[in-house]
Ligand binder design. Structure first.
Ligand code: SAM
Length: 314
C-alpha cells in the first residue's frame, strides 16, 4: 500500500487523495496485479480513478460513471443535504399549519391539497443522475423529472436509477435548458423544488489546471461555448422561473380580489429553487437575483467555508 501511495504522490497526486484511492482499490479489487495495473494507468494518463473503475460513490450509494458524465463531487452532496433539510423543515411547518388551521401564509414545500401529497422535483442537468437518485432514495411520495441535453448522458442516468431501484420515481428527459422544451416543462408540471448543479466553469477560464478534470466532459463543466462567464445557465434558469413566478403571483392576486386566499399554497406552484454555485460568481448571482426581482434568497457555505449553495424561496 505504502509503495503504491508513494508512486501516486511522485506522479503529482495529492497525498491524502493517493491514500484514499489506494484504500478504495484495495476494497474493490482483491487481485494485487490488477491494482498495480490500474495504478500504472492512473499515473500514465491521469484518468480519474472513478472512470478507471467505472463507478463512483455519492452520499450512501453507488453509480456507474464514464467520460459521458461529470464525476459527482462532495460539494453536490452538500447541496442535496442542505436542500433536504429545508424540505423537512417546510414539511414540519406544514404539519403545524394543518394542526393550527390559522397559519395560511406560512412557506410550505408540498401542498397535499395541491399535489395529493406527491412532491414534484425538477433536476436540471442530471448527468449521472446522482441528485435525482439521492432525492428518490431519501424521500417517499416523490416524482422527479430529470433533464439533460445529451441523450447518451440520459441513458447512463436511467441505468443508474435502475441500479438504485428508483426508476419508478424518476422520469428522464432529453431537454435543452435554452430551448422551448425547458419552458414547456413549467407549463406541464407544478414543481415544488427545482434543483441544479449547472455547468459553471466559465469557458474564458481556459483549460482546467488539474489533468484529471481534462478527462471530464466540457459540456458538464462549462456547457455551451457561449458560457464565457460561467453565468449563462443561471441567467436562463432564473429568468424562466422569475417570469413563471410573476405570472403566478399576478394570478394569485386576482384570486385574492375575488375573496379567495392568496398564499404560496393557493399559488400552487414552485416553492424552492436550489442551485450549486461557484464561489467567485456570488456577486454576479446577487445582481441576477435583483434583476429578476427574486429577493428572498439564502447562500450556504460548504465545509471549506466557501459560498456553495443558493436557495431562492419563491
Ligand atoms: C455540472 S454537470 C452536473 C451533473 C450532475 N447533476 C452532478 O451534479 O454531478 C452539468 C450537466 O448539465 C448538462 N447540460 C449542459 N448543457 C445543458 C443544457 N443546455 N441543457 C440541459 N442540460 C445541460 C451536462 O450534460 C451535464 O450533465
Amino acid at each position: 500500500m505504502k509503495k503504491l501511495v508513494e508512486e501516486l504522490v511522485n506522479a503529482g497526486i495529492d497525498e491524502s487523495e493517493a491514500k484514499k484511492e489506494i484504500s478504495i482499490l484495495e476494497l474493490e479489487i482483491k487481485d494485487s496485479q490488477k491494482i498495480k495495473k490500474i495504478v500504472e494507468e492512473r499515473i500514465k494518463t491521469r484518468t480519474p480513478l472513478q472512470y478507471l473503475l467505472g463507478k463512483a460513490y455519492f452520499m450512501d450509494f453507488e453509480v456507474k460513471v464514464d467520460p459521458r458524465v461529470l464525476i459527482p463531487r462532495p460539494e453536490t452532496e452538500i447541496l442535496v443535504e442542505e436542500t433536504v433539510k429545508r424540505l423537512v423543515i417546510a414539511r414540519k411547518d406544514e404539519v403545524l399549519t394543518k394542526q393550527s388551521h390559522n397559519r395560511d401564509n406560512e412557506y410550505k414545500i408540498a401542498s397535499p391539497s395541491a399535489h395529493n401529497d406527491i412532491m414534484t422535483i425538477l433536476d436540471i442537468g442530471t448527468g449521472s443522475g446522482v441528485i435525482a437518485i439521492a432525492f428518490a432514495k431519501r424521500l417517499p411520495d416523490i416524482h422527479i423529472v430529470a433533464i439533460d441535453v445529451n441523450k447518451e448522458v440520459i441513458a447512463l442516468a436511467s441505468e443508474n436509477a435502475k441500479l438504485n431501484n428508483v426508476e419508478d420515481k424518476i422520469k428522464f428527459k432529453i431537454c435543452d435548458v435554452f430551448s422551448s422544451c425547458f419552458e414547456g416543462l413549467f407549463k406541464a408540471n407544478k414543481f415544488d423544488l427545482i434543483i441544479s448543479n449547472p455547468p459553471y466553469v466559465g469557458a474564458c477560464h481556459g483549460k482546467p489546471q488539474q489533468p484529471e478534470v481534462r478527462h471530464e466532459p466540457g459540456m458538464a463543466l462549462s456547457g455551451s461555448k457561449e458560457n464565457k462567464s460561467g453565468l449563462i445557465y443561471y441567467e436562463r434558469i432564473l429568468s424562466v422561473i422569475a417570469r413563471k413566478n410573476e405570472v403566478l403571483t399576478k394570478q394569485s392576486h386576482n384570486c385574492d380580489n375575488k375573496g379567495k386566499i392568496a398564499s404560496p399554497l393557493a399559488r400552487n406552484d414552485t416553492k424552492l429553487l436550489a442551485l450549486e454555485i461557484d464561489p467567485p460568481l456570488v456577486d454576479d448571482l446577487k445582481s441576477l437575483l435583483k434583476k429578476n426581482k427574486l429577493n428572498n434568497f439564502e447562500i450556504v457555505k460548504d465545509y471549506a467555508g466557501l459560498d456553495r449553495c443558493l436557495f431562492v424561496y419563491l
